[in-house]
Design a protein around this ligand. Structure first.
Ligand code: MRU
Length: 369
């Protein structure tokens, strides 16, 4: 995607060929700044503090984190320590563990002197693959939008509601939920996106609105509580969200508040789609409510708002009554029965074990074995 006319991915190798550059998402939408990661500790901190975020990008950053560790010290002990450090950064996005397991498989059996080089190559491959997977998700999701457009009076936009940020900033490029939207917009289909602000960290208002605006996609930011009302009024044609972990049976963990949107969509007959690359499927899990670990984040994200003052300074304000405790579960689980379909790189599947196994037989059988 382009920022100021210049094409960017969200993660890339620095000029020195060893350090890793990322976009600092804690500064967006007000400042576009990049951060250079030179150690595995910095990579872990970038994930933990949400300089980078979004399930696929977390996985890609962790992969490069392993490479950074091995260029420092290619020993088994350093590899193990890197896997533990990076694996403990955020609990819900399964792409993190998928990427670490893949990196370990790639380098563990190699001689020490070639490990770092192999790790960098594998991390680059993970990034390139993510771009291709997201683009394919876009291509499979596009006909859904086209079909709705065909049923509407000519020129009337397809209204799509999305939650959190599942755009190119959450991946290496393209995004998951936003990939079909970008392709539809580029194909000339009139689109309008309802952007949930996504409290408490406002990934919708800050990041989704930023990237849709940069690409020229018409959109409107709404408070998280407005979605149900808009669906009752017929102002939402479909919902597309991303996911941080989806079980083999189609239960979907995504940013807190997603479940309420799914309930409202179900009540109003609005199709509710989830877009995901296959590394987001946790083939080992059956029951999302019971088995998916839900990250609990700092209460301060709830009690305080951060933003930019009119004078242009970053500021944090307390909005909750001083002394009141706050709880901050960062994700929820939408049961498969509320999901109309899963948009993957291989096509659209019902949110069922049979549907996913039909698209990914090699994974489903591997998990069962
Ligand atoms: O806490 P975040 O900002 O990392 O949460 C991100 C989301 O919930 C996204 O919607 C999800 O990772 C899917 S992104 C492609």
């Amino acid at each position: 995607m382009k920022i100021g006319g210049q094409p960017y991915r969200t993660i890339w190798l620095a000029q020195d060929g060893g350090s890793v550059c990322v976009i600092d998402q804690t500064r967006l939408p007000f400042r576009f700044e990049t951060v250079t990661l030179t150690t595995v500790e910095q990579a872990a901190e970038a994930i933990r503090s949400m300089i980078v975020r979004g399930a696929p990008l977390i996985g890609a950053t962790a992969a490069y984190g392993v490479a950074l560790a091995l260029r420092e010290d290619p020993s088994d002990a350093a590899l193990d320590a890197a896997l533990v450090l990076l694996g403990a950064t955020r609990p819900t996005a399964v792409n993190l563990h998928w990427a670490l397991a893949r990196m370990n498989r790639r380098v563990a059996g190699l001689k020490l002197r070639v490990r770092a080089q192999a790790a960098y190559a594998e991390a680059a491959l993970i990034c390139d693959e993510d771009v291709a997977l997201c683009r394919a998700i876009g291509e499979h999701g596009l006909p859904l939008i086209r079909a709705i457009a065909a049923r509407k009076p000519a020129g009337e936009p397809v209204n799509i509601l999305t939650h959190c940020n599942a755009g190119w900033l959450a991946t290496v490029d393209w995004g998951t939920a936003l990939a079909p939207i970008y392709l539809a917009h580029d194909a000339g289909i009139p689109i309008h996106v309802w952007v949930d602000e996504t409290r408490p960290r406002n990934q919708g208002a800050a990041l989704t609105a930023y990237e849709l605006g940069a690409h020229g996609v018409p959109h409107t930011v709404i408070v998280d509580n407005a979605g149900g009302h808009l669906m009752q009024r017929g102002a939402v044609d479909m919902v597309i969200v991303g996911t941080d972990r989806t079980t083999a049976t189609g239960d979907v963990a995504n940013k807190i508040g997603t479940y309420l949107k799914a309930l409202a969509a179900h009540d109003n007959g609005v199709p509710f789609y989830v877009a995901l690359p296959s590394p987001t499927i946790d083939w080992s899990l059956e029951d999302g409510l019971r088995d998916i670990p839900i990250e609990e984040r700092s209460a301060k994200e709830v009690t305080h708002l951060t933003g930019m003052s009119e004078a242009g300074a970053g500021e944090s304000f307390q909005v909750a009554a001083p002394g009141s405790p706050a709880a901050n579960p960062a994700f929820d689980v939408t049961p498969a029965r509320l999901v109309t379909g899963l948009i993957t790189e291989r096509g659209i599947s019902p949110a069922t074990r049979a549907g996913l196994a039909g698209l990914f037989p090699e994974m489903a059988h591997g998990a069962a074995a």
